[in-house]
Design a binder for this molecule. Structure first.
Ligand SMILES: Nc1ncnc2c1ncn2[C@@H]1O[C@H](COP(=O)(O)OP(=O)(O)OP(=O)(O)O)[C@@H](O)[C@H]1O
Ligand SMILES: [Mg+2]
Length: 384
């Protein structure tokens, strides 16, 4: 089914296709146009006249040649058929002239449409420039605000910690519980601010990966470990399928962020007691390590999957939504992987689960032989 365009106009495919050739209506209407009979404005009429001219010349010439006498005016009433032949150049001039008028009208219409199109393009370019400027101002504003928020939060957290540690006097059990919740929420807020700052950096194109050779496996295990409390709370069953070691070349810290965001989604959108997993495999032929983070959770409807990497987008963005978040996680993952020249693929079926897959280049052989993991890797490979 076709959907209307944002401006509310019918979609392009439903517009009538431009007609080719000349319709009878256009032709008849052109017959009533003065342009058809004005050779100075319509060269088609002259062309038609010249096209029809050989007909009387040939017919009268043939007649004279057969009758063996020179052409005379009296031939016209003696043989009225010549009048018909004589009318041919005029007839052709009118027919061709009408076609010329149709062509002239169409050209004028095309010129008008092109002019309109150019005007729309100019308007769009102007609107685009304004949007870019607004976007830049918004980014600047976000960067400033988040930066300003960060500083007082550090102080708030520091004081809360000190109070929790009893530096300002003894605490009751209730006060301790309350402060622990406060510190946990300050941490959440700090993570959110970090995420916003990170996103702004990536979005502004200011992020450049700093690749090193590192083993992906401990990074994956460590990230999974971070989610242990949530995994236990939901009774999830983690099923990591990892090799003993898998050296890749990438920005370790940022890939850690990608894993964190993907695992956070897998945990967040999983139903209780379901399985989640992270598989890492090596494809020697392609020189790539492939990582897949999957869950058997709520999945994503087909119709909205195209929005997954749109910043601030969430399948359920309502104020009563079950799951928290800002809708930046996947946009950040994509930004980081794009900067690595890697892609992120999300496969999902609503109600069945989701799998996010990305690949990274395996660590280069020359580097592997220099790197500290070289000997271990040789042992691991020989064990296989
Ligand atoms: N594994 C998943 N299962 C189901 N839905 C998902 C999954 N991963 C992403 N989504 C959908 O895509 C949306 C965008 O994901 P994204 O990670 O960018 O944002 P978020 O998780 O909502 O917030 P944030 O990651 O910024 O805390 C989610 O809100 C959710 O609707
Ligand atoms: Mg997320």
């Amino acid at each position: 089914m076709s959907t209307p365009t944002p401006s509310g106009e019918p979609p392009a495919e439903s517009l009538p296709a431009p007609r080719r050739g000349t319709s009878i209506r256009e032709f008849l209407s052109a017959l009533g146009d003065r342009v058809t009979y004005t050779p100075t404005r319509n060269s088609y009429a002259i062309f038609g006249f010249l096209w029809g001219l050989p007909i009387p010349v040939f017919s009268i010439g043939l007649h004279c040649w057969l009758a063996r006498h020179p052409p005379e005016l009296s031939m016209l009433w003696e043989h009225p058929v010549h009048l018909i032949f004589l009318a041919h150049p005029l007839l052709f001039a009118v027919v061709f002239g009408a076609m010329g008028t149709v062509r002239i009208r169409k050209n004028a219409e095309i010129r008008r449409l092109v002019g309109e199109l150019e005007r729309h393009v100019a308007e769009l370019a102007e609107a685009n420039d304004k949007l870019k400027e607004l976007d830049r101002m918004k980014s600047q504003f976000m960067a400033n605000v988040t930066h300003e928020l960060k500083t007082p939060l550090v102080a708030i957290r520091g004081y809360n910690e000190s109070i929790l540690e009893g530096r300002f006097g003894p605490l009751s059990e209730k006060q301790r519980d309350g402060l622990t919740v406060a510190v946990r929420n300050i941490d959440r807020l700090q993570r959110l601010i970090e995420e916003l700052l990170e996103f702004e950096r990536i979005d502004a194109g200011a992020f450049r990966p700093e690749p090193t050779d590192f083993d992906l496996v401990p990074l994956i295990r460590g990230t999974l470990q971070n989610f242990q409390p949530q995994i236990e709370e939901k009774g999830l069953v983690p099923e990591p399928r990892l090799p003993e070691m898998l050296f890749v070349r990438a920005d370790r810290e940022k890939i850690g962020r990608v894993l964190l965001n993907l695992l956070s989604n897998a945990v967040k959108f999983s139903e209780k007691q379901s399985a989640i997993g992270i598989d890492a495999t090596r494809d020697e032929n392609k020189g790539l390590a492939e990582v897949a983070v999957w869950d058997r959770g709520i999945g994503i409807p087909d119709a909205v999957q195209k929005y997954l990497f749109t910043r601030f987008w969430q399948a359920d963005g309502s104020s009563r939504r079950r799951h928290g978040g800002t809708g930046l996680g996947l946009a950040i993952c994509k930004g980081i992987l794009d900067a690595h020249g890697a892609s992120l693929r999300i496969e999902s079926t609503e109600g069945r689960g989701t799998c996010a897959v990305f690949s990274l280049p395996l660590a280069g052989r020359e580097r592997m032989s220099e790197g500290p993991g070289h000997d271990q890797r040789k042992t691991a490979d020989s064990r296989r």
